[in-house]
Design a binder for this molecule. Structure first.
Ligand code: PMP
Length: 389
């Protein structure tokens, strides 16, 4: 049996060893990284809200309710701000009710393992987030994966493997490492036809996509066709945590059955209040301005990358991958960009399939156009030098 140290050495040899970089100061379009100011090109802080004054002030207001929440939700950890945030999310998503979870990871594992179990069936896109996969494994339901965005393959599976138990179709709204969008309209049609529940993880669409920032389902006109809207509060919304928005019955069921909801100390007030402020901001004229600016930044950056000859892997959103392939070349690319003042992490297995390593650029509303243009030119320069283009 290899020792832990030997396994770590093997990861190093394969170019798959990971470590963390420390940022000083706040998250923003530029950050201070190991003593240098660099352009941030790999944060999910899409609207720049993580350091927005309105969220900072809300966090301070939240502290008026103390720091810790003291207990899990069902014991004594449900505070007024939990109730207010959940009402606000339900209003935002147009559902009967919403529940907050301590993270997107906790939400997906908790929701999926509560809704289905032994003898039931889950139908999941191959590129769904790891937390969906872990929730599916935890549930002990039969787990069927279909090809990425392949609605015909999903239909075949529903026909052949539907079984007599509950059926759950689950998909990312925006795929986190590819930046493309799930065919929700067609999936909703199949969910109805095959009597399945449809759950959408909109971690990367929430606050960002759709005319009013309601997410991927709004963009595709299917807000009322999703049974469980899952989303996160720590990406576009700049705060922390996650939610499920659904019918009264499903939420009530989750309160009683979702283990990550039941058996964990609830989120603290200073994290809940900024989430409410973020939703108010998304609904304001400022929020609309941020979404417009983000869309303009994305268009500009993509055009520049395409002009340089990069493969952006079918991205349809603010997540813009640059395909590289091998792990070592990807990490060399990332390192050279850092030396040029651009923080852009390489993404390797197990986050993405082997041989499809990439630089995952994430565009923010608060990026300056000139900075994005200069960054795209630097990426092209380094990409040429390394033989990526
Ligand atoms: N779902 C998706 C699609 C994600 O990309 C992520 C975060 N990487 C999560 C869920 C987990 O959310 P959180 O970071 O809040 O745990």
């Amino acid at each position: 049996m290899p020792t832990f140290a030997e396994e770590l050495d093997k990861l190093r040899e394969e170019g798959l060893y990971r470590s963390m970089r420390v940022i000083s100061g706040a998250q923003g379009s530029h950050v201070e990284l190991e003593g240098r100011r660099v352009l941030m090109l790999c944060s999910n802080n899409y609207l720049g809200l993580a350091d927005h004054q309105a969220l900072r002030s809300a966090a301070v207001m939240g502290v008026a309710f103390g720091v810790g929440s003291g207990a899990s939700r069902l014991v004594s950890g449900t505070m007024e701000l939990h109730a207010r945030l959940e009402e606000r999310i339900a209003r935002f998503k147009g559902t009967e009710r919403a529940l907050v979870f301590n993270s997107g990871y906790a939400a997906n594992t908790g929701i999926i393992s509560a809704l289905v179990g032994r003898g039931d069936a889950i139908f999941s896109d191959k590129l769904n987030h790891a937390s969906i996969v872990d929730g599916a494994l935890l549930s002990r339901a039969n787990f069927h994966r279909f090809g990425h965005r392949d609605v015909a393959a999903l239909e075949r599976l529903l026909e052949e493997k539907g079984g007599s138990g509950r059926r759950l179709i689950v998909t990312d709204g925006v795929f986190s490492m590819d930046g493309d969008i799930a065919p929700l309209k067609e999936m909703a049609r199949l969910a109805r036809r095959y009597d399945a529940l449809l759950m959408v993880d909109d971690a990367h669409g929430t606050g960002v996509l759709g005319a009013t920032g309601r997410g991927t389902a709004e963009l595709l006109g299917v807000m009322d066709d999703i049974d469980i809207h899952m989303g996160t509060l720590g990406k576009g919304l700049g705060s922390f945590g996650a939610y499920a928005a659904a019918s009264e019955t499903i939420c009530d069921y989750l309160v009683n059955k979702a283990r990550s909801f039941i058996f964990s100390t609830s989120m603290p007030p200073a994290v809940l209040a900024p989430s409410i402020a973020a939703l108010d901001l998304v609904d304001s004229a400022e929020g609309k301005g941020l979404r417009d600016r983000l869309a303009a930044n994305v268009a500009l950056f993509k055009e520049r990358l395409a002009g340089a000859g990069f493969d952006t892997m079918g991205s349809e959103t603010q997540i813009v991958p640059i395909f590289v392939g091998p792990a070592d070349a990807t990490m060399r690319f990332s390192q050279e960009l850092l030396e040029e003042g651009i923080f852009l992490q390489g993404i390797r297995p197990p986050t993405v399939p082997a041989g499809s390593c990439r630089l995952r650029c994430t565009i923010m509303a608060t990026h300056e156009a000139a900075d994005l243009e200069a960054a795209a030119d630097t990426i092209a320069h380094v990409g040429k030098k390394l033989g990526v283009i």
